[in-house]
Design a protein around this ligand. Sequence first.
Ligand code: ADP
Length: 344
Amino acid sequence: MTREPIYSSNEEQKEDEVRLRPLRLEDMVGQQDVIERLMIAIEASKQRDDVLGHILFDGPPGLGKTTFATCIPAELGVNVEFLSGPTLKAPKDLVPSLTNLADRQVLFIDEIHRIPKAVEEYMYTAMEDFRIDLILGEGINARTHNFKLKPFTLIGATTRAGMLTGPLRDRFQIREHLDFYSLDDLTEIVVRNAKKLAIEISDEAATEIAIRSRSTPRIANNRLRWVRDFAQSRAQGKISIEVANDALEMAQIDCLGLDRQDRRYLDTLIRVCLGGPTGINTIAATMNTVTDTLEDEVEPFLLRSELILRTPRGRVATPKAFEHMNFEPPVNGDGQMGLFDGNN
Ligand code: ADP
């Protein structure tokens, strides 16, 4: 089950994604500390006429890892080759990319925590000494050849830094964690991207879209494109605060940025399970979905928004969740849950 996007076709989304992605570090909004450190490292490597050290980005999806992997090569004046961890099943899947790399080129591996051990170990010498062992021939004629690579920069991206092994993590000279965006930065991204999409938007509307975008640029882009579609078909192509509110309401995205799936989760936990503690399996079964979806796609934002707690006995809805879902919060002390629909 996918939750984003709420609009248009995949092809259109891909095209827009490219159109909206900043091309240089100076075009990126927010993440100022990270950008400053990277600019220093890039400048220093240029002055030394040396290859830039390998870089690891970690952080939740949609915060700019791929964007950095697009902007850094542009600053260096080199090309970038994009690979995805799950497609690298054996060392042979990596060899053509490595051997074809030009001097100082950037190799980007997304979801690098998902590469198998054999590929990971193969990368150690590639990263450290810019060489790999190639096995040529078969059976008794098989010979190992030491192949020298051009110096290159590996940029790894991961949503799960904890799943990376120590030896791989240690081979990255620069490690950066990407944080969620402030409301101001996200609003700025919405304003800039509205311009790129050639759509008029009021400041108030841009702020409202940012508020409902979970501090995440990719989600802000998706919300903005939906509001644009809505404005074009229903409101002469201008995004006022009323248009933004109507469009987001129609997409069932509420004032906290929760969507239908998030609210179904909270409704299950509060109304059906009396606020918990309830095991994730029970919630998933009641919602007729799988636990992975809930754990990966729904719970991170609910936890971050302090709407649920993850306790050893199961998930618990916080008073803020009760209030948001219009239920009376449980009464503490006398064991009474005090669950009354706020509308009654
Ligand atoms: P990730 O690789 O971390 O999943 P992306 O780099 O693909 O995230 O970011 C998704 C989209 O969000 C990008 O296409 C870009 O439009 C926007 N974006 C991300 N970070 C920034 C930023 N710092 N400034 C402006 N736009 C950004």
